[in-house]
Write a new protein. Sequence first.
Length: 502
Amino acid sequence: MATLVSKRKKTTRRHGRPAPQLIFGDLWEYDPAPETADPKLKPRYDLFINGRFVTPKSGKYFDSINPATEQKLAEFALAGAADVDAAYRAARRAQRNVWGKLSGRERGKYLFRIARLLQDRAREFAVAETMDNGKPIKETRDFDVPMAAAHFFYHAGWADKLEYVAPGRKVAPLGVVGQVIPWNFPLLMLAWKIAPAIAMGNCVVIKPATNTPLTAVKLAEIFEDAGLPPGVVNIITGPGSTGGLIMAHPTAAKIAFTGSTDVGKIIMRSVAGTDKKMTMELGGKAANIVFDDAPLDQAVEGIVNGIFFNQGQVCCAGSRLLVHEPVAARFVAKLKTRLRTLRVGNPLDKNTDVGAIVSRDQLASIQHYLAIGVKEGAELWQPPCRLPAKGFFMPPTLFTGVTQSHRIAREEIFGPVLAIITFRTVDEAIEKANNTPYGLSAGVWTDKGSRILKMAAELKAGVVWANTFNKFDPASPFGGYKESGFGREGGRQGLLDYCQLV
Ligand code: TAP
């Protein structure tokens, strides 16, 4: 249990006597409450091909470090073309000879087992994810790991009901699927990609990001324990070039990519002219829109949750705040008050709200955007906070005085940085929210149901949250418009992207 220590600052009243003044950022300091579960790390992890861990043919390995301490966590195999080939051969064999022939009911049992095993090892996975990615343990413990298990449970439920995916039509698997995922939700993205693919009868070759390979290889241990037939899921670690090999491989009937729009475009160019099916989940620049009739305190929590928890490293992060002019000053003041109470620091501490940025490069990229914002004339504000001496940390940051032409309002920063813009009318809010090449998500905060419906209809975003933000459910499809990509993940629509209609 954390101990609360009051740190009241003394100031002087006009008549000379000291009076307590509440300084929010310093008011309560909790004792550290580090998570103690053992992440069960091995010094070295190999490739998971055909149901076994095998050394890479290149003989090479790379390190993954803990971004909060800058210490090495473990080393991971660096796969080359021969390894990717071996993984695809194993996947094709498994799909043709075993997995594709199994009934949906039998496949569902494996998915169910994987979900249960993940739940059994939830604490261990949460700690491993936090150490590899830098996000706070309360995020990995309460969201990433349970939601990953939920995706396997959900798709276990679908596996014997596939005739309802496309009523009136028969569905069949595509074959082998190549998948590449980013570093911001390493385990959850694995679940998003693998669960629907294998529920439908496909087999998979998948690569996690170089920054965060740990929970992918740990998930392979769960596949072993679940007795998943060899070759159904093959986990390949390595750099972007390995991802390119996976995406372009001729055996892949479908490729599914989650990552930046720039890399998505490179991949699309590389497979142009082939008959591969594609799902692209790319970048975002979501607008969180607060009207003057919104429950403002609730909206403050939504904004904070949308951009500052997870260090803003969320594709659907509400990185633009559009606030109605009559309440703008009051709302920004409330937001600043709330930001002063956020704890930035050791992500393994259960009290931490804002953890570490995933890598030194990503931190440098965010800091570069701060400099751009200031140079373009926006006003930067950060709450006072002490950052740890080691590790890649940065305080939550607001920019006011932002216009739509500012780069901080147009480009994906992927960090805890909020650009605040004001608006006067509903139409202006819609126009400003849609004035972006992206279209992944948006949030609307208002008391009026009719306004919510109008905004939801007119915002060009794959998801529109109303009076809440960043809420997910495996049954709810997720995906983008415009440069945020195409295809959906989750729900019945997500399964449709992994089947052919026959
Ligand atoms: P990227 O740099 O695009 O990397 C994503 C993955 O692609 C990584 O595994 C990366 O490997 C690999 N990769 C890099 N170059 C490649 C190439 N030429 N061919 C094939 N694969 C390649 O993105 P990131 O920095 O990891 O993640 C942040 C981005 O992901 C943000 O833009 C965010 O919005 C987006 N994102 C979108 C969503 C959805 S659902 N729309 C969800 C999460 C994240 P290395 O790690 O080895 O470079």
